[in-house]
Design a binder for this molecule. Sequence first.
Ligand code: ADP
Ligand code: MG
Length: 254
Amino acid sequence: AAPDVPALEGRGLVKHFGGVRAVDGVDIAVRAGTVHGIIGPNGSGKSTTVSCLTRFHQVDAGEVLVFGDPAPARPWAVPSLGVTRVFQVPHLFEQQSVLDNVLTGMRRREHYGWPAAVLRLPAYRRRDRESRAEAAGLLAFAGLAQRAHRRAGSLSHGQKRLLEVVRAVASGPRVLILDEPATGLTGSEIEALARLCRAFRDRGLAVVLIEHNVEFVMGICDAITVIDGGRVIAAGAPDEVRGDPAVLEAYLGH
Ligand code: ADP
Ligand code: MG
């Protein structure tokens, strides 16, 4: 795609739940090589906006474009376009090791089928070694190296959420969507999360960050969309958004 085509774009998104206008005409354009924050008060429509973008919800109106092409209406087709969402609640394989959880994420992008795996062909073994090294590297980057061989179920809540992000990164998406990833994380875990997001962005990929922790968002994002009452009330660089009267009103007025 041309460099100026957004990685992920929503135009005029509308989603009603009965009488509730959860998303009411949202425009958002997420560029490759950026961390894009979505902030706003509780219940303002952030998660629903993302659910429209990933086709988790059918929209009542509007368009979704992935790298300039209309996104298929079926939600299961969206991950194959390289758009991966990490939900607020971790869904790990708790009985498996931390490392195996990451490898599970990576196998999805490998081209060797089960015959190569079962027969342990040389190409498969080499690829397996590379995958393990890459997974271990990612875990070290996230500050989880010491835990690689523990059961995922033994991790703290914050570590589980970080592992969920590592696993999503390992699956090789082009757009990574994180819904309030910093909730319940310690200071050093938030730093690890920020490191992961920056590394991901610096590889030319896009991160969409729905976040409640405004300090974290302001520190890491290249662009921010502020939503209130299902509408975009401000959008731009963190410094532009920070001083916007509508944003101050949304946060202080509630
Ligand atoms: P946020 O993520 O900003 O906290 P949401 O997008 O989750 O907000 O919710 C926006 C509004 O839509 C809220 O009023 C919420 O109660 C409502 N809503 C969200 N999901 C559903 C649903 N599946 N069914 C009915 N109402 C919903
Ligand atoms: Mg939400």
